[in-house]
Design a protein around this ligand. Structure first.
Ligand SMILES: [Zn+2]
Ligand SMILES: [Zn+2]
Length: 134
């Protein structure tokens, strides 16, 4: 199946390739404008949706409810602090084998998975402990 991409999708895809971290649709919109490749915000969302269904882009929801997008090849997982909102990437993927098994057992084409841990970072734990004793 040959996928024909629109110019907007190409622009969004190219931008995501140059950006290492996850980015919101709003930021994609702003960055494309700065590069004189501006497309409407609605088009940014439509392009992201199409790229998502192609398995090229994944979406992740931050603790503040904001959705951020990145290329799928980054199989990254995070420890996210509920206090300060810091996201610490973890090195390994704990479910890599599981994904392969599920794919085979269910004959399901998996594009990506999400796995995220929430709690308090070291810094915030210390601050909380200090508040409790104060
Ligand atoms: Zn924290
Ligand atoms: Zn993973």
């Amino acid at each position: 199946m040959k996928v024909i991409r629109t110019r907007s999708q190409e622009r969004v895809l190219r931008l995501l390739k140059t950006i290492k971290q996850s980015i919101s649709a709003q930021d994609i919109y702003v960055k494309l404008r700065k590069r004189n490749q501006g497309i409407g915000l609605a088009t940014v969302y439509r392009s992201l949706e199409a790229l998502k269904l192609e398995g090229l882009v994944q979406v992740r929801t931050l603790s503040n409810g904001e959705a951020v997008y990145s290329l799928v090849k980054q199989d990254k997982h995070y420890l996210t602090c509920l206090q300060c909102g810091n996201s610490i990437p973890i090195k390994q993927c704990p479910v890599h084998q599981l994904e392969t098994d599920l794919q085979n057992n269910h004959d399901f084409k998996i594009f990506y998975h999400t796995l995220e841990f929430f709690g308090l970072c070291n810094h915030c734990q210390i601050e909380q402990a200090a508040e409790e004793t104060a």
